[in-house]
Design a protein around this ligand. Sequence first.
Ligand code: KG4
Ligand code: ZN
Length: 365
Amino acid sequence: MADALTILGLESSCDDTAAAIVRQAAGARPEILANVVADQQALHAAFGGVVPEIAARAHVEKLDLCVERALDEAGLTLRDMDAIAVTAGPGLIGGVLAGVMCAKGMAAGAGLPLVGVNHLAGHALTPRLTDGLAFPYLVLLVSGGHCQFVVVRGAAEFTRLGGTIDDAPGEAFDKTAKLLGLPQPGGPHVERAAKAGDPARFAFPRPLLDRAGCDMSFSGLKTAMLRARDALVAKAGGLTKADRADLCAGFQAAVADVLAEKTRRALALYMAEAPGDPALAVAGGVAANAAIRAALEIVAAEAGARFSAPPLALCTDNAAMIAWAGLERFRAGHTDDMTLAARPRWPLDAASAPMLGGGKRGAKA
Ligand code: KG4
Ligand code: ZN
């Protein structure tokens, strides 16, 4: 392995502006020297979702401050970097452009190589940063904008085994929260409410379990939640705290069941390749959900695969994953020039058929 590499990473594809520095010395485990995230929740709160134009402007304002803070935290300067990595897609195009332009400016100014990184590759490669997983491993990417099973074979070599044909689970969590009057982003609030609930009181569907393969569907769950809520409101004039808890518990159990069963099938396909050190990893915001993590951990154990779930801060959007994916690409000899383009869509596995749907925020899928 070559000498130590130190990479600055930038992320601005959705509503988090982030800068991070990752270093890997020859033969050693990688280290996160700084990991700065400025979220924009307050800016979008009044609109009930991410407003792309507001997000892009906030990224432009915050990117250089995040870089300054990351360099300060690490006690380094731009001159100590070996390259600058930046999310070049997929994502909200204004935000991705802001990051790419910022990275190009810094790379040109400091005379550093530039590495464009796929945001999903950042999520997919995070288990190598945190747990040193060996290729090939299976990863379930599950967040507000994406949901897919990917076999990670190399820093730029991915095979998609299946994914959602409509919404992403995070979107369904967020919609559920909205319907029940809980704050956004909804996932953590639904999870908290579900703790006190009875998952058996409401019968939520388990979509596509009757169909072979590992494709998934979550839009029907949102509709089921709307109907169940409306029925309660029509009958009793409103929702009690117990109603809310039971609805959340029933919904979460349905998502966990679907993800567990589809993961079982994806694992079987992956294990059939007889990987040397089999592992299942989970990444993305929904991977923060303890019930879902626990269900997946059992599935991995049953299949004889190691289970890896990054710490919560590295599950949700961050720039350490971009710096790390950039480091892996850079070590493999890959750099980009000033023609690097921002891409709203950028499938990880260009060889597989395109997904039917990638979620409402599906620019990311
Ligand atoms: O990966 P992420 O930060 O951003 C992208 O969507 O790319 O994921 C955010 C999503 C949101 O939909 C949020 O509600 C969901 O992840 N989420 C959760 C939990 N924490 C965050 N969903 C379920 N349970 C959670 N604890
Ligand atoms: Zn993400």
